[in-house]
Design a protein around this ligand. Structure first.
Ligand SMILES: [Zn+2]
Length: 129
């Protein structure tokens, strides 16, 4: 599987794919989207500079739009006669429910743009365990 997709969907370190990326579970509201300082396995710095994850809000926006379009198109494809207000209610509900997940995904996708998979690091970490 492609390392970046694995890192994103498993929420693992983009470089070694073994260490955790977040402090806690995605829906742990007290530590919502808190990224670890470094990878617990390969020590890759997850926060290279202050405010690094500011740019993740663009990713978050893109994810939100993609989700909106997918649900809207799907609803119209399968349920042609659903009212606009029902669609808006369902969308609002889903966006609220999914926002912690979208927030986390946007950060790890953003990290994956800058931190790249390294086969040797990954193998080294795997051998140590
Ligand atoms: Zn790592």
């Amino acid at each position: 599987m492609m390392p970046k997709l694995y890192s994103i969907f498993k929420l693992r370190c983009p470089k070694c794919l073994h260490g955790k990326f977040f402090e806690s579970h995605v829906y742990d509201l007290k530590r919502l989207g808190n990224v670890l300082k470094e990878c617990p396995k390969c020590k890759t710095n997850f926060i290279p500079e202050p405010g690094f994850y500011f740019g993740a809000m663009y990713v978050s926006y893109a994810l939100g739009v993609a989700l909106f379009v997918a649900i809207w198109a799907g609803a119209n494809w399968f349920f042609g006669d659903v009212s606009v207000w029902t669609q808006i209610s369902v969308l609002t509900f889903l966006i609220i429910i999914l926002s912690p997940l979208l927030f986390a995904l946007s950060k790890i996708i953003y990290a994956n743009i800058f931190i790249h998979f390294d086969k040797d690091t990954s193998k080294k970490v795997a051998d140590e365990n």
